[in-house]
Design a protein around this ligand. Structure first.
Ligand code: C2O
Length: 545
């Protein structure tokens, strides 16, 4: 591999959307941010300079960061923030991954505007295991907020009510014609007939899973979270925040006299969730031979699943399967060393005095009833220098503190506790983790994201996980290998991974409001014995808290 150099300047930029001009945080003044392109095996150096008042960190979402945990980026987990006027060099090598990922700010809600695609090409002269596309096009979904997102989240944290929904969804930063004065801000994909296009879909939205479809065109899914999958055709994609999906789009053999809309809108679950807005882009053919220039082409629109179509979402996520062939084997851990059962969901916590308290309780979210408290210094530093006292404790519960009917009516007295708790695991532990949605405040889908590893999705179901009946049905042959999975609303998912990467690895719901409410925790993976199984010392420019 070669070394690729990038310079990312965090700076303010005026951007106009929905008829309002707003100064937003960007990388290099671009919205969405610049694309990182590399090949599998390349080393990537990104020098980040912070020219704004906010503290910033960047995360290379889905990059394994093998023994390079210092470059992972979540604030107060692997590093202290880059402060105003400071720089930090993110330095990592892409090992065993190719496909689409993305980068985003990983502090507070700054990823609302600070995000961009990561395109990892196969090694030189290595073809894709699918037809070579004529063209590749990143399509990155996001959300646009008229208000300042930092104000929104700080209000949500103060009042305990859910933050306002965003003002628009976007495709490559553009809301599209269904929004107020946005016709000129519409993403257009111009295509030639009879060609194959590779669309690199990325969901960078803060708080919503999205359905995506293109009118009259089917899509062939070939890759998810930078892992090749068994190709399958579909009209509609479901993509959670944090997920990336590569699809092939085969254009019609002859240019039709029509324009085709591509559209994305949320899949929503949970109490009182409703958001009917849709972002739309256009697929336009280079005009057909019998096209009369004076005639306006009809616009065809796709039909998307209904807003709360959990059954579609569940089936779609189960269709994603590893290639599991000789070239791309699925290395599913078989002999499990440690089993964990984690409940994920919203809950209440007792409180006093704060503005968020109603009847001495406030809404938080947690894993195994623990709502994670962000420490004042980075966990990875504390771990590496063995100064963990007062930073974190190692008593994260391996099972929920109470058993109850997770998907039925919950007991009324379930309070979340708070703390900065981690699970410590030896190097190369094979882990099985069941994530169970709870309905303490309402059943809700949670896209869980794990840093530092890919995991295999060995099982998934509705209702309560049954530790006797469900494991025998696990798929150990060709399960999806990914970094983000939606825990079904009112259901569970079982994943397996091998802790072959020493460091401190964050795991959290990729719905930003849930992360802010505490639906997060961290795994500490110890060094192995051999020199190449150890975490390197921190770089000299690692920011201090
Ligand atoms: Cu995409 Cu912890 O992040």
């Amino acid at each position: 591999g070669i070394t690729r150099h990038y310079k990312f300047d965090i700076k303010l930029q005026n951007v106009t959307r929905l008829c309002k001009t707003k100064s937003i945080l960007t990388v290099n003044g671009k919205f969405p941010g610049p694309r990182i392109i590399a090949r599998e095996g390349d080393r990537v150096l990104i020098k980040v300079a912070n020219h704004v008042q906010n503290n910033v960190t960047l995360h290379w979402h889905g990059i394994r960061q093998l023994r390079s945990g210092w470059a992972d980026g979540p604030a107060y987990i692997t590093q202290c923030p880059i402060q105003t006027g400071q720089t930090y060099l993110y330095n990592f090598t892409i090992i065993g991954q190719r496909g689409t990922l993305f980068w985003h700010a990983h502090i507070s809600w700054l990823r609302a505007t600070i995000y961009g695609p990561i395109v990892i090409l196969p090694k030189r002269h290595v073809p894709y295991p699918f037809p070579q596309p004529f063209k590749e096009v990143p399509i990155i979904f996001g959300e646009w907020w008229n208000a300042n997102t930092e104000t929104i989240i700080s209000q949500a944290l103060k009042t305990g009510s859910g933050p306002n929904v965003s003002d628009a969804y976007t495709i490559n930063g553009l809301p599209g014609p269904l929004y107020n004065c946005s016709t000129k801000d519409t993403f257009k994909l111009k295509v030639k007939p009879g060609k194959t296009y590779l669309l690199r879909l990325i969901n960078a939205a803060l708080n919503n899973e999205l359905f995506f479809s293109i009118a009259n065109h089917s899509l062939t899914v070939v890759e998810a979270d930078a892992v090749y999958v068994k190709p399958f055709r579909t009209q509609t994609i479901l993509i959670t925040p944090g997920q990336t999906t590569n699809v092939l789009l085969r254009t019609k053999p002859k240019a039709p006299n029509a324009i085709f809309a591509m559209a994305a809108r949320p899949y929503v679950t949970g109490p009182a969730a409703f958001d009917n807005s849709t972002t739309m882009g256009l697929l336009e053919y280079e005009t057909g031979p019998n096209h009369n220039k004076n005639k306006k082409l009809p616009l065809l629109k796709p039909v998307l699943p209904k807003l709360n179509d959990t059954s579609f979402s569940f089936k779609f996520s189960q269709k994603i399967r590893s290639l599991a062939n000789a070239k791309f084997p699925a290395k599913v851990p078989k002999n499990i060393n440690r089993k964990f059962f984690f409940t994920v969901g919203l809950g209440l916590s007792s409180c006093s005095k704060s503005q968020r308290c109603t009847n001495n309780t406030q809404v938080l979210a947690g894993i195994n009833n623990v709502s994670f408290i962000q420490p004042n210094t980075a966990l990875l530093q504390a771990h590496f220098f063995n100064k963990t006292k007062g930073v974190f404790t190692t008593d994260f519960p391996t099972n929920p503190p109470f058993k109850f009917n997770y998907t039925g009516k919950p007991p009324s007295n379930l309070m979340l506790s708070t703390g900065t708790k981690v699970v410590v695991l030896p190097y190369k532990t094979s882990v099985e983790l069941v994530l169970q949605d709870t309905s303490i405040i309402g059943a809700e889908s949670h896209p869980l994201h794990l840093h530092g590893f890919n995991f295999f999705v060995v099982g998934m179901g509705f209702g309560n996980f049954d530790s006797k009946k469900d494991p025998p049905k696990f798929n150990l042959v060709d399960p999806a290998e990914r970094n983000t999975i939606g825990v079904p609303s009112g259901g569970w998912v079982a994943i397996r991974f091998l802790t072959d990467n020493p460091g401190v690895w964050f795991m959290h719901c990729h719905l930003e409001v849930h992360t802010s409410w505490g639906l997060k925790m961290a795994w500490v993976v110890m060094d192995g014995k051999k020199p190449n199984q150890k975490l390197a010392p921190p770089p000299s420019d690692l920011p201090k808290c």
